[in-house]
Design a protein around this ligand. Structure first.
Ligand code: ADP
Ligand code: 5GP
Length: 201
């Protein structure tokens, strides 16, 4: 019998902008600390106030983004609200091989690409309790101008239509409960029989 490193779980999180993905994820990460790693995406959008290169995103020029894309450096990439976003491939592969879990926070086009590329990916959709509540969260966050809020709300219904293609749906009506559900999913996925690290020598 040979004991092998148990591969980490790849969680792919999506949901309309303002639904609370970032908030729920931060809580999960604060509970699980170093056992879970968050993939930092590359984007061509401008940083918002307080955002830092290498912390929220890698802020790339269009040319830099296209260069990495052309070297097959992205696990997935997509155009979202007029900008490019992509998941650097090497980071995700290294984290999973090291046995840690990895969370990607990406849009549904990207999530479905990841499922194609990595069958093991667990797709989790974070849904708002209602569209009215989504509007109020997006407006309350205060990070986008009114026009940008409207653009995100008009995309929300399209994004919600993808929810049934995900493995799990979490309605984020309460942050603590939503985080507990995500941690429960992670724990259950770790117990999948195919992850059993014991193999014949
Ligand atoms: P996303 O990452 O999906 O764009 P955020 O995590 O930035 O969304 O959350 C959007 C806003 O909604 C933030 O101001 C956040 O504090 C608030 N929020 C998140 N979850 C909840 C919740 N369950 N109830 C009330 N407000 C919430
Ligand atoms: P924001 O500009 O608000 O940070 O993100 C806008 C949208 O882009 C969100 O739906 C977010 O999930 C998505 N997004 C962020 N990073 C990636 C990524 O690497 N790939 C894809 N496909 N979407 C992403």
């Amino acid at each position: 019998m040979k004991q092998e490193t148990k591969r980490g779980v790849l969680i792919v999180l999506s949901g309309p902008s303002g639904t609370g993905k970032g908030t729920v994820c931060s809580l999960v990460r604060s509970h699980l600390e170093d056992a879970v790693r968050y993939s930092i995406s590359a984007t061509t959008r401008q940083p918002r106030a307080g955002e830092e290169h290498g912390r929220e995103y890698f802020f790339f020029s269009k040319e830099e983004f296209e260069a990495l894309r052309d070297q097959n450096g992205f696990l997935e990439w997509a155009q979202v609200y007029d900008n490019f976003y992509g998941t650097p491939r090497a980071f995700v592969e290294d984290v999973l091989a090291s046995g840690k879990d990895c969370i990607l926070e990406i849009d549904p086009q990207g999530a479905l690409q990841v499922r194609q590329a990595m069958e093991e990916a667990v797709l989790v959709f974070i849904a708002p309790p209602s569209l009215e509540e989504l509007r109020s969260r997006l407006t309350g966050r205060g990070t986008e101008a009114a026009e940008e809020v409207e653009k995100r709300l008009s995309c929300a219904e399209q994004e919600l239509a993808y929810r049934n293609q995900y493995d799990y749906i979490i309605v984020n009506d309460d942050v603590e409960q939503a985080a507990a559900k995500m941690e429960a999913i992670l724990l259950a996925e770790k117990c999948r029989s195919w992850r059993d690290p014991v193999s014949e020598a």
